[in-house]
Design a protein around this ligand. Structure first.
Ligand SMILES: Cc1cc2nc3c(=O)[nH]c(=O)nc-3n(C[C@H](O)[C@H](O)[C@H](O)COP(=O)(O)OP(=O)(O)OC[C@H]3O[C@@H](n4cnc5c(N)ncnc54)[C@H](O)[C@@H]3O)c2cc1C
Length: 495
C-alpha cells in the first residue's frame, strides 16, 4: 500500500484491542505506529498468573463461542494454543447460547446434605427460559420492566404460582433459592452489581457465537505473546500512562493531536486510537480529553454499565466434590423470598459468591476451584487482606460441606476494581441503554460534519463493539475495525 506522507499514529493501551490495531496497521504499510501502555506489561485484562505449580487466568478465561466466525479462536488455532477437543467440529457446532451445560454439585447453607442436582433443573430451566425471553425485547421493544432483574423476579413469582402450585413447600423454597443463586451467577456473567442494573430492552444487544467455550491450556497470555512477536520491536512504550489527549490542537502546526503523558512528555500525532477500558473512561474522561468529549458520547459512557466481577482461586489437597462436577452452587436457605437483598456488605459480602467452577482437567490442575463474585461485595472483597479472604472462604466451605476441618491449601483473588487502569471488569448494557450507545462509543472525533481534520481521536476496546462487548473477540475486532478505518481513509485520499 502507498500513502501520501507518513501519518503518525499513537495507540493508547496495549490490551488485545491495541495490539490488534497495531498489527493491522503495520501489516497495512503504516510505518509510524506506536503504543503507549500505562503498565509494565502487554495484555491488559488478559492476564495469566501463577498459583502454586499451576497457571490460572486472573482475567479472561474462555474463548466464548469458539467457531470459525470467532477471530480469537482462529488465531489460537493458527498459533496451536488449543487442545484437540476444542478444535473438533462437534465442539465448534454446539450452540449453547452463552450457557454451558455444566455438571453441578449443589450445597446448601445448612450444610447437612448434598442436594440432588435433578431437584434444581426445573428452576434452572425456568431461569434460562426467562433470560432467553429477556433477550427478545431488544427486537420486540415495549419491555414491561426497565431491568432484567425486575422482569425475572416478577415472572418467576407468577410462573411459580401457576406451574409449581402442587409442589411441597420445601421443594418450592429450594427452587426459589436456586433462582436467587442464578441471579448472582448472571451478575458475574454481566459484570453487574445487580440484574436490576441491566436494561431489559438492551440485554439482547449482546450476541453469542456457536461453539462450546474453551480455555487456553498454556494460558490466555500465549495469544498475546504470539501477536506481540509479530510486531516490530520497540513499538510499545511501557510504564507510559497518558494523561491527556489534546485534539483539534493548534500546538503543533503539522499534527492536529498532541498526546500528553504523565511524565510531561508530549507526542504529536495525526491519529490516536484510544483503547482504555470503559471503567477508566467513566472515571477520567473529564481530564483525558481537551476539548472535552461531546455530550452524546459522554452520556453513552455514563449509561453503559461497567461493574466488577472477580475470581477467588482456592486449592485443596483432595476434592470434596464429585469427579464429574464442573460447577459448585452454594444455595442459601434464607434466599427463597426472591427479594432484592439489601445486605450489610461488611458482614455478609461472601453471600454474593454464587459458587465455584472446577478447573479441568484434574490431571493438569489437581484440585482447584474458581469462585466468582460480582458487584459491590466483590469491590469490598478487594479491600480485605489475603488472610481475611482465606479465613472467610474457609468458614464458608466448612459451613456448606458440614466438614469442620476442611482447609484450603492456598488462595488467590483478582482485584479488577482497584486496578487503576481498568476500574472494574467489563461492559454491560445498563438500564436505558440502546444500540445507539455502542455506536456513540465507537464514533471518532471530530464528529461528522466538522471542517477539521477527520479521525483525530478514534475509539477501540471491548466497550466499543456493537454486539460482542465484554469479550476478547469483541475487543480484537474493534482494534481491527479502527485500523481498517484508517487504511480505507488513506487509500481513498490517494485516489
Ligand atoms: C475477571 C474477568 C474475566 C473475563 N473473562 C472473559 C472470558 O472468559 N472471555 C472473554 O472473551 N472475555 C473475558 N473478559 C473480558 C476481556 O478480558 C476483555 O473484554 C478484553 O481483554 C478487553 O481488551 P481491551 O483491549 O478492550 O482492554 P484492556 O485489555 O483492558 O486493555 C486496555 C489497556 O489500556 C491500558 N491503559 C489504561 N489507561 C491507560 C492510560 N491512561 N494510558 C496508557 N494506557 C492505559 C491498560 O493498562 C490496558 O493494558 C474478562 C475480563 C475480566 C476482568
Amino acid at each position: 500500500m502507498t500513502m501520501s506522507g507518513t501519518p503518525k499514529i499513537v495507540i493508547i493501551g496495549c490490551g488485545i484491542s491495541g495490539i490488534a490495531a497495531a498489527q493491522r496497521l503495520v501489516n497495512g504499510g503504516f510505518t509510524d505506529v506506536r503504543i503507549l501502555e500505562a503498565t509494565a506489561r502487554s495484555g491488559g485484562r488478559i492476564k495469566t498468573g501463577r498459583f502454586g505449580n499451576n497457571i490460572v487466568e486472573i482475567g479472561a478465561n474462555w474463548i466464548h463461542g469458539p467457531s470459525e466466525e470467532n477471530p480469537v479462536f482462529c488465531l489460537a488455532r493458527q498459533y496451536k494454543l488449543l487442545d484437540p477437543e476444542a478444535l473438533s467440529p462437534e465442539n465448534q457446532g454446539m450452540d449453547i447460547g452463552g450457557h454451558p451445560p455444566w455438571v453441578p454439585n449443589v450445597f446448601s447453607s445448612s450444610g447437612d446434605q448434598l442436594i440432588n442436582a435433578e431437584d434444581i433443573y426445573p428452576a434452572q430451566d425456568m431461569f434460562v427460559e426467562l433470560l432467553y425471553e429477556s433477550s427478545q425485547y431488544q427486537s420486540q421493544g415495549g419491555e414491561p420492566w426497565p431491568s432484567v432483574g425486575e422482569f425475572i423476579r416478577s415472572e418467576v413469582r407468577q410462573r411459580a404460582a401457576e406451574q409449581w402450585k402442587d409442589i411441597d413447600a420445601a421443594t418450592r423454597s429450594l427452587r426459589m433459592s436456586v433462582i436467587s443463586n442464578l441471579m448472582k451467577a448472571e451478575c458475574c456473567v454481566n459484570g453487574a452489581h445487580s440484574m436490576d442494573e441491566v436494561g431489559l430492552g438492551a440485554y439482547g444487544i449482546y450476541k453469542t457465537l456457536p461453539g462450546l467455550d474453551c480455555t487456553f491450556p498454556g494460558g490466555y497470555e500465549g495469544l498475546i505473546k504470539n501477536l506481540m512477536s509479530e510486531l516490530p520491536s520497540g513499538l510499545v512504550t511501557y510504564n507510559r500512562p497518558v494523561s491527556c489527549v489534546h485534539w483539534n490542537s493548534s500546538e503543533q502546526r503539522e499534527n492536529p493531536v498532541v498526546v500528553e503523558c504523565d511524565d510531561g512528555e508530549k507526542i504529536a500525532a495525526d491519529h490516536v486510537i484510544v483503547t482504555v477500558p470503559l471503567g477508566y473512561l467513566k472515571k477520567h474522561h473529564s481530564t483525558l480529553f481537551r476539548p472535552p468529549l461531546p455530550l452524546h458520547k459522554l452520556h453513552s459512557i455514563q449509561r453503559l454499565g461497567f461493574g466488577t466481577n472477580n475470581k477467588i482461586f482456592v486449592e485443596f489437597d483432595s476434592p470434596f466434590w464429585d469427579a464429574d462436577c464442573e460447577v459448585i452452587y452454594l444455595l442459601w436457605d434464607d434466599e427463597d423470598a426472591l427479594v432484592q437483598q439489601v445486605t450489610d456488605v461488611q458482614r455478609s459480602w461472601l453471600q454474593k459468591l454464587f459458587g465455584f467452577t472446577v478447573l479441568k482437567p484434574t490431571e493438569r490442575y489437581g484440585h482447584i476451584l474458581c469462585g466468582w463474585i460480582a458487584g459491590h461485595e466483590s469491590e469490598y472483597m478487594e479491600t480485605l487482606s489475603e488472610q481475611e479472604v482465606t479465613h472467610a472462604i474457609t468458614q464458608l466451605i466448612r459451613r456448606f460441606t458440614g466438614n469442620p476441618i476442611l482447609t484450603p491449601k492456598r488462595i488467590l483473588r483478582s482485584q479488577w476494581f482497584h486496578d487503576p487502569w481498568t476500574c472494574g471488569s467489563y461492559t454491560c448494557p445498563g438500564k436505558g441503554c440502546s444500540a445507539q450507545d455502542l455506536e456513540n462509543m465507537m464514533e471518532s472525533l471530530p464528529t461528522k460534519g466538522s471542517q477539521s481534520q477527520p479521525l483525530q481521536v478514534m475509539f477501540a476496546g471491548e466497550a466499543t463493539h456493537p454486539f460482542y462487548f465484554s469479550t476478547v473477540h469483541g475487543a480484537l475486532l474493534s482494534g481491527w475495525r479502527e485500523a481498517d478505518r484508517l487504511i480505507s481513509h488513506y487509500s481513498k485520499s490517494k485516489l
